[in-house]
Ligand binder design. Structure first.
Ligand code: F6R
Length: 241
């Protein structure tokens, strides 16, 4: 596990942006795994800027998002599908048919999960997966206690996650309590993984991640078993290490 320390959020975003740009230049048809939440917004802004400067194109890029709330359609501003279009996809030249997110309003959610997993495989797997870190150590919506062999499936969100995400909703009651999430095994099959963390709210989680103890009680700790992981964290997030 490589650790890259940055001064602040802006430099964390820039470092991640440079790694993605490099991947886009090196691979003919890159498959990116993407996250939502506050952490990657600076990264997405940087990618948009580089696209506007004609330094990168998303024409040959395929994306797979980590998760989606159950019950929120693509038109719902709180859905992750809406978020990704708003924060990145609508502002670059990615082809709509190359964008994959789980469908949280699919009629058959079990089938949706199986098909999502299969699509990732059929497209050749994820070349570079971007992750954020939950304060409880979750990656995607794999909450503490999730088996490391888990695959894309329906998950119940931990109360800590519902509370943390309530800031995006009108009230706590509006936060869905279920989601479709890529599994830990699915994430671990990515060829390369970057995990981003910024700010003092992530300091305990980053300290726990870097203490090196691998346990299903702290899902992100599984990343120690992967050969190509970079933690990009700012000084505030690394304050307890
Ligand atoms: C988002 C996701 C989550 C977030 C995590 C951190 O797609 O899967 O695991 O990455 O909850 O969220 P933020 O970045 O809002 O602190």
């Amino acid at each position: 596990m490589k650790i890259f320390r940055t001064k602040n959020y802006e430099y964390m975003s820039l470092k991640a942006c440079n790694i993605i740009m490099d991947k886009l230049h090196k691979l003919d048809y890159p498959n990116l795994g993407l996250a939502t939440g506050s952490t990657p917004i600076g990264l997405y802004n940087c990618l948009i800027q580089q696209f506007n400067n004609k330094k990168i194109s998303f024409k040959n890029v395929t994306t797979f998002n980590l998760d989606e709330y159950i019950g929120l359609s693509v038109e719902n501003p709180n859905s992750y599908n809406y978020f990704m279009h708003d924060k990145l996809f609508n502002k670059v030249d990615i082809l709509p048919e190359n964008i994959y997110l789980p469908n949280g309003v699919a009629e058959n959610l079990e089938k949706e999960c199986k098909e999502y997993e299969q699509t990732i495989k059929n497209k050749g797997g994820i070349d570079l997966q971007i992750l954020g870190l939950g304060t409880n150590g979750h990656i995607a919506f794999n909450e503490p206690g999730t088996p490391f062999h888990s695959r894309t499936r329906i998950v119940n969100l931990a109360q800590a996650t519902i509370d943390a995400n309530a800031r995006f909703f009108k009230s706590l009651d509006d936060v869905p309590n279920q989601a479709i999430s890529m599994g830990i095994k699915t994430i671990m099959e990515s060829k390369e993984i970057i995990i981003l963390a910024s700010g003092d709210s992530k300091a305990n989680a980053i300290a726990k991640l870097l203490d090196g103890i691998v346990t299903e009680d702290f899902p992100a700790s599984v990343l120690h078993k992967h050969k190509n992981v970079t933690v990009i964290a700012d000084e505030a997030a690394l304050a307890n290490t």
